[in-house]
Design a protein around this ligand. Structure first.
Ligand code: UD1
Length: 434
């Protein structure tokens, strides 16, 4: 298993470029299941979750072609001859977003067999709202041997009010509704930019969707969807992670190729902490040359402060003057990084859904373990300001969602290297032309 070895103390200076959003690319790839024609996706990040989704689609009989050279971030998916509408436990257990194929498979193939995802490091993460919504659209769903078995005639449009806001739940039902008969009205929808990006792709494929980005999305079902070409939006969480890295290390960093308005809540919070932030077109310049002040954070659905930035913010809070209260409102168990930060010298006390962080405390390098994707990012950030060497174990978590993070950080002055086996960049997957 790979590890990162990081020596702290260097301010990050220069320009770092943001990759495409993993959380937009995953539903976009699932959307290709809705048509027989090729869907060409640009700006797909080279991260492990995307590799997992390629395997998932290839196992169903899809042709998945990866670009190379200058086109290495392009993926072309053709789902003309789907033979096996099934997602196995082996794949679903490593990536819960595999459940995104459920809606498209039911809509196009009239049946699906998907492994139930089970528990997760950050909480229970049920998929009951996906299932209830698909049942309301007319699918018959049962559970057997750890799998969800679904079948349906043509889905029928209906009105669905989500009991709770769910990002992939909104995306799953949105995809299913595109091929349903008649109108579907989805209410209390997630408003994340990734939902808007998916709707944009689906509309290019011939869907009729209005209202993505608001709480109410209307879909007029169509008989068929066709192929399309689409560029995935930049990854706002990767961009936010670099922004915090610059603020934390007292650097002067240009985070380029992003959508700064997708990061409004984070940037406002950092200004409250005393960080200088300048937005220039698709770049954010962060200058962290003053002392950091504490500020409380409450995670919320978009456009609120993202739960996916909570762990990274906590690393910053350890270096801010005063007490920061970090409240996690989306997931029940998302403070595993707190204990690891304490091992590095932070003063973090977790009380239920709140973490109280008192700072600033000097951090010292230690051997720590990554527990989930964003928790690993927070440990990398802490290590960048820690005294001495930090060794982060289980960095496969970070490889799920950050493209070559060590190379990008090294390019702007960080002392970070990967040890252990090399990341398999181009894994040969049966059915996938590399
Ligand atoms: C997505 C993101 C993830 C992010 C999260 C919240 C992807 C691939 N992943 O995850 O990075 O952290 O949004 O912004 O886009 N819930 C239910 N029943 C359901 C579905 C969800 O109770 O059927 C609950 C969850 O347990 C959680 C809350 O709803 O408490 C929000 O989860 P959700 O928005 O669904 O997260 P994901 O879509 O899995």
């Amino acid at each position: 298993m790979d590890k990162f070895v990081i020596r702290g103390g260097n301010p990050l200076v220069g320009t770092v470029r943001v990759s495409g959003a993993k959380n937009a690319a995953l539903p976009a790839m699932a959307a290709a299941l809705l048509t027989e024609e090729p869907v060409i996706l640009e700006n797909v990040p080279q991260v492990r979750d995307i590799e997992t989704e390629r395997k998932l689609l290839a196992a169903m009989g899809a042709d998945v072609e990866l670009g190379y050279g200058r086109a290495q971030h392009r993926t072309t998916i053709c789902c003309r001859d789907l033979v096996n509408p099934e997602a196995s436990y082996e794949l679903v257990k490593t990536m819960r977003a595999s459940t995104l194929v459920l809606g498209p498979l039911i809509a196009r193939m009239k049946r699906a067999r998907i492994s139930l995802p089970g528990g997760c490091a950050i909480g229970a993460r049920p998929i009951d709202l996906h299932i209830k919504g698909l049942e309301k659209l007319g699918a018959k769903i049962s559970q057997e041997h750890g799998y969800i078995e679904a079948s349906a005639p043509r889905l029928r449009g209906t009105r669905i009010v989500f009991e709770k806001i769910t990002v992939t739940g909104t995306e799953d039902l949105l995809m299913a509704a595109t091929l349903a008969q008649g109108e579907t009205v989805l209410e209390n929808c997630a408003r994340e930019p990734e939902v808007v990006d998916l709707a944009a792709l689906l509309n290019k494929m011939g869907a009729q969707i209005e209202g993505a980005g608001t709480h109410c999305i209307r879909v007029q079902g169509v008989e068929k969807l066709h192929g399309a070409r689409h560029r995935i939006i930049p990854d706002r969480i990767e961009a936010g992670t670099f922004v915090i890295a610059a603020a934390l290390t007292g650097g002067d960093l240009q985070v380029s190729g992003c959508e700064p308005q997708h990061l409004d809540a984070l940037l406002q919070k950092l200004e409250e902490c005393g960080v200088q932030v300048y937005v220039i077109g698709d770049s954010i310049r962060v200058v962290g040359n003053g002392p950091l002040r504490s500020a409380d954070v409450n995670t919320e659905e978009y456009p609120g402060f993202p739960t996916d930035m909570q762990a990274q913010y906590m690393a910053l809070a350890t270096q801010a003057e005063g007490t920061s209260i970090v409240t996690e409102n989306i997931f029940e168990n998302r403070f595993m990084h707190g204990q690891e930060l304490v091992r590095m010298g932070a003063n973090v006390k977790v009380e239920g859904s709140r973490a109280v962080v008192r700072g600033p405390t000097p951090l010292s390098g230690a051997a720590v373990q990554a527990s989930d994707l964003r928790a690993s990012a927070s440990l990398v950030l802490a290590a960048l300001v820690a005294d001495g060497e930090t060794i982060i174990d289980r960095v496969y978590h970070i490889d799920r969602g950050y493209e070559r993070i060590e190379e990008k950080l090294r390019g702007v002055g960080a002392q970070i290297r990967r040890i252990g086996e090399l990341l398999p960049k181009r894994v040969a997957v049966p059915g996938v032309a590399v």
